[in-house]
Design a protein around this ligand. Structure first.
Ligand code: SF4
Ligand code: SF4
Length: 174
């Protein structure tokens, strides 16, 4: 048999309930005269800390080179299996075109998908990436009319991630 917990008897003052009502109203009035408690969304937006984990995005360097080399480590580590990558060969048939900025690289993703209905924003993909090619961004507004719209493809991921300056550029020279 479970333990019987004795209910504490209320004092006559507590049974009035009025002090609690007045206390609650006091809190409401206090907030009413505070400035800037409501954001005029979407013109005003919440400021986030640098390490806020919003939607993940892929990045290019300052010369427009795709930093991802389709090693698939992030796909392997992703707990809910939200990432699907089809690796591509740079300069290979039907794959990523070779340009001046990626001539020393062998691979880039031919296709890269992140299913945002599965993503749990854990940040493991960013942690594991050896190329600093995928980052958690501050983007939190995700919506769509269909489930398919919430599966971000490569173009959408680069749109979200944008450009990050790479000070090392290890692939630039041989
Ligand atoms: S944040 Fe986590 S769940 Fe989302 S894609 Fe990256 S590894 Fe997967
Ligand atoms: S984003 Fe990084 S970890 Fe993922 S496939 Fe590209 S290089 Fe590898």
């Amino acid at each position: 048999m479970g333990k019987v917990v004795e209910r504490k008897k209320l004092t006559w003052f507590q049974e009035l309930y009025l002090p609690q009502v007045v206390q609650g109203l006091g809190m409401t009035f206090k907030q009413m005269f505070k400035k800037e408690i409501t954001l005029q969304y979407p013109e005003e937006r919440q400021q986030f800390y640098d390490d806020y984990r919003g939607a993940p995005g892929l990045v290019k360097d300052q010369e427009g080179r795709e930093k991802c080399v389709s090693c698939q480590l992030c796909e392997y580590i992703c707990p809910p299996k939200a990432i699907v990558i089809k690796p591509g060969e740079i300069g290979g048939p039907d794959n990523v075109a070779e340009t001046e900025v990626n001539e020393n690289v062998e691979k880039a993703p031919k296709e890269f998908f992140i299913d945002m209905l599965r993503c749990i924003y854990c940040g493991y993909c960013e942690e594991v990436c050896p190329e600093e090619a995928i980052f958690m961004t501050s983007m939190y507004e995700l919506n769509g009319q269909t489930r398919a719209e919430l599966v971000h493809d490569k173009d959408r991921l680069y749109e979200i991630g944008g450009t990050r300056v790479d000070t090392i550029q290890k692939w630039k020279g041989k």
